[in-house]
Write a protein that binds this ligand. Structure first.
Ligand code: FES
Length: 248
């Protein structure tokens, strides 16, 4: 039995999006990425002619590059790590669309440059040799696995293109740099561009394809960059709205 696959398509940024349905009748225990490839094979082989292949991005097909992030059955994630047989257990059809928080370039390809520009604006790079502190290495390893795929920003209620809040990709980098440097600029940037805009919905942790412990990372960064200042002023209570986040 075939699977009905609905894909939101858009020829380019200036054209209107539309939904197109396909029937996929190949192997079920394959990733969504592999299924899109197979559908493109059918399009190329079909007698219709002139039909555009589905545009999408990938580099590794191993969950390592983040390029293939898209929204599948309303959940953002890596299409090379989501499997068709598991998806059809939840609902009979598969719905695929581009990440909505970034401008669409074509079909499932989006322009994620704002995420990279934010890294530049916040100067998230080392300017002096790193200071390795073994106690911090396990968390540094976890946060350094961020693929910058944009899945967390898709799920985040606070992130919108062009706003000051830059979300978890920059937060993970700011924490990593803070833990291996004396430079206080990372903490200031984090406070301004992340802390002040985050409402702690923690949807980011729910969808992160790398299972990065975002709650632990954000909690640590808040303690280092913001709550330490509160303590300096003798305000030792947790700030309003911070409930649920471990500050130990
Ligand atoms: S293609 Fe690289 S993570 Fe999916």
């Amino acid at each position: 039995m075939s699977i009905k696959v609905n894909i939101r398509r858009q020829e380019n940024a200036d054209k209107e999006p539309y939904w197109q349905s396909f029937e996929y009748s190949g192997e079920r225990h394959v990733s969504v990425a592999t299924m899109i490839d197979a559908i493109n094979g059918d399009i190329a082989a079909s007698a219709k002619g002139g039909e555009r292949p589905i545009e999408w991005e990938c580099s590794c097909e191993q969950g390592l590059c983040g390029a293939c992030a898209m929204v599948v059955n309303d959940r953002p994630g890596l299409s090379c790590q989501m499997f068709c047989d598991e998806l059809v257990q939840e609902q009979p059809e598969i719905r695929i669309q581009a990440l909505s928080k970034f401008p669409v370039v074509c079909d499932l390809v989006v322009d994620r440059s704002e995420m990279f520009e934010a890294m530049k604006e916040m100067k998230l790079w080392l300017e002096a040799p790193a200071k390795v502190r073994p106690v911090n290495l396990p968390l540094q390893y976890e946060v350094s696995q961020c693929l910058m795929c944009g899945s967390c920003l898709e799920a985040c209620a606070n992130y919108s293109l062009g706003e000051a809040f830059t979300g978890m990709p920059t937060a993970m980098s700011a924490l990593n740099l803070t833990l291996m440097s004396e430079n206080k600029a990372y903490k200031k940037q984090y406070t301004k561009r992340v802390y002040e805009g985050c409402s702690k919905s923690l949807a980011c942790q729910e969808v992160c394809p790398m299972d990065i412990p975002i709650v632990e990372a954000v909690s640590k960064m808040n303690r280092i960059s913001v709550w330490s200042m509160w303590n300096l002023f003798g305000k030792r209570k947790q700030p309003v709205g911070m409930t649920g986040v471990n500050i130990e």
